[in-house]
Design a protein around this ligand. Sequence first.
Ligand code: RB5
Length: 149
Amino acid sequence: MKIAVGCDHGGINLKPFVEKVLKDRGIEMIDMGCFDTDSVDYPDYALKVAEAVSQRQVDKGVILCGTGIGISIAANKVKGIRAAVCHDTFTAQMCAQHNNANILAMGGRIIDGEKAAEMVKIWLDTPFEGGRHTGRVAKISEIENKYFK
Ligand code: RB5
């Protein structure tokens, strides 16, 4: 499995914790930046990760900004992306189980690294439940098909 990770300066503090989870599991991490705490624009890193997921260069993505909000909004503008901003293990689990989220977004000014690591683990370990959720996720794709050029 390959996972792309992208962040801005507000989320970079979580990156080493995400990296350790992936390394411990033998998952290849594609680090799409940023690489220091200089101020950058989160949409640039959202786009890199979202395109890699959308084009199936990687299996999933993790994106990090101050709140997880801006970077997830930007990632969700790419067709095929279901980026979920989560703040705890329950939402990280549910975004996999019910929403089949292919990108997990977290906020470096909201949660600490240990929490982020637990969230990544449960997101990776939770399969999509399918069933009644399959049609609901398909309806998200229908909205994309209606409005995306
Ligand atoms: C950057 O200061 C901050 O706005 C960004 O990391 C993020 O929180 C935006 O949603």
